[in-house]
Design a protein around this ligand. Structure first.
Ligand code: HEC
Length: 110
């Protein structure tokens, strides 16, 4: 439904800090894809899964601990966390925003 309009709007409105639901849903989707691609081999990225890497905090717990804001900054600077086992990436603001949206979505619904 209304695919074309949505798609066109997306290109323009991607990273305005706007809490509109449609944009959020798109960002959450992208964030989930990033998490799956880069993080899921160690971290649990969903609501119920277990972390494949025993000491990697499940993402839902990172959210529950309220670490999302720190993470946003850290990812933006290209520093994820200073853990030797954890590779470092440089994410652009788009990726960071999407990832954060996805993480936030883990705190809301059950
Ligand atoms: C190679 C395995 C691995 C991958 C891939 C990985 N992590 Fe981690 N991560 C870890 C481990 C292990 C820890 C626990 C570090 C510690 O206890 O010091 C951790 C910890 C963290 C923490 C801190 C958790 C806390 O309790 O505050 C955050 C945030 C985090 N990872 C985010 C990410 C994100 C975002 C990605 C994907 C972009 C990612 N990690 C990918 C292994 C990984």
């Amino acid at each position: 439904m209304r695919r074309e309009i949505f798609g066109a709007g997306l290109a323009v409105a991607v990273w305005l800090p706007c809490p509109c639901p449609a944009q959020d849903a798109a960002a959450i989707g992208r964030g989930h894809a990033i998490a799956e691609k880069f993080c899921a081999r160690c971290h649990a990225i969903g609501m119920r899964d277990r972390s494949p890497h025993a000491s990697a905090t499940p993402f839902r717990d990172i959210v529950a601990k309220g670490h999302v804001e720190n993470l946003e900054e850290a990812l933006g600077e290209g520093i994820v966390v200073g853990h030797p086992e954890m590779p470092q990436w440089r994410f652009g603001p788009k990726e960071v925003g999407a990832l954060i949206s996805y993480l936030r979505s883990l705190s809301g619904k059950g």
